[in-house]
Design a binder for this molecule. Structure first.
Ligand code: 13P
Length: 278
């Protein structure tokens, strides 16, 4: 058993305005409270659109909800003439804990390269946000190179760029999270199998150590590899989440569609109560 706290994260994508966000987070909190959810045992986070973050902050603060939250993206720049960009400093001011970086939809529709993802990772950390570094292969990548090659290369590119910033930093003090999301599994209803996901995620954890060792030395690099939480994402649902979390290297789930329904998302967060059926 690892001592990594599982993280169940809901990426709302471009859904739910700020009024509905309040209703959704309230319902999620009530549902989890009624189920006696232990938030120290399983962390629950939401990633609403930027325009909802202030409302979520106000609700979480007023009702002292144990739910954490983050942004779906951030600018590489902390301020300046970059129309339409959102600074990590502004996101941090809203008491957000996380920022997603490099989601496959950003890579695909906004042509974000590994270099941009690395700069966003640095920007998040500079502002005290925990980056959730998203990696994953497309169906074409899977066919041409197998499941692990592309996500490992994506993660390695980011970590080699940020390695110097991690030197001497305690992993617990400024953590990193990685999300493995096979692009072919996103929104398709066809999740990877837990065993497939475990295989790739074990490779990603090894890649953390490998890419940091030249800069940090082996002991520090291994400490980072052991502490990084690696999530699986792609058609996670109530009936498959427990299978993923039963794997030794899978530390949580990044949930898209099912996170828009408070009842379903709460059940996903309650994965420990599920009888494993797959
Ligand atoms: P789905 O859960 O809808 O497949 O989305 C996964 C995802 O992209 C989360 O970031």
């Amino acid at each position: 058993m690892s001592n990594r706290t599982p993280l169940i994260a809901g990426n709302w994508k471009n859904n739910i305005d700020h009024l509905h966000a309040i209703a959704l987070v309230q319902k999620l909190a009530w549902t989890l409270r009624d189920a006696d959810h232990d938030f120290d045992d399983v962390e629950v986070a939401v990633f609403p659109p930027f325009t909802d973050l202030r409302s979520v902050q106000s609700l979480v603060a007023a009702d002292r909800l144990p739910i954490t939250y983050g942004a779906q993206d951030l600018s590489v720049h902390d301020s300046g003439a970059y129309t339409g960009e959102i600074s990590g400093a502004f996101i941090a001011k809203l008491d957000a804990r996380y920022a997603l970086v490099g989601h496959s939809e950003r890579r695909q529709y906004h042509h974000e390269t590994d270099e941009v993802v690395a700069q966003k990772t640095i920007a998040a950390r500079r502002n005290g946000l925990v980056p959730v570094i998203c990696v994953g292969e497309t169906a074409d990548d899977l066919e041409a190179q197998g499941p692990a090659a592309v996500p490992v290369a994506q993660l390695t590119a980011v970590l080699e760029t940020i390695a110097a910033d991690l030197d001497g930093v305690e992993p617990d003090a400024a953590p990193l999270v990685v999300a493995y999301e096979p692009v072919w599994a996103i929104g398709s209803g066809q999740a990877a199998s837990p065993e497939q996901a475990q295989q790739v995620i074990a490779r990603l954890r090894a890649a953390v150590a490998d890419s940091l060792t030249p800069t940090l030395g082996e002991a520090q690099a291994q400490a980072w590899a052991a502490s990084v939480r690696v999530l699986y994402g792609g058609s996670v649902a109530v009936d498959n989440v427990a299978g993923f979390l039963a794997q030794p290297d899978i530390d949580g789930a990044l949930v898209g569609g099912a996170s828009l329904d408070a009842t379903k998302f709460a059940q996903i967060a309650q994965f420990r109560k599920h009888v494993r059926t797959n």
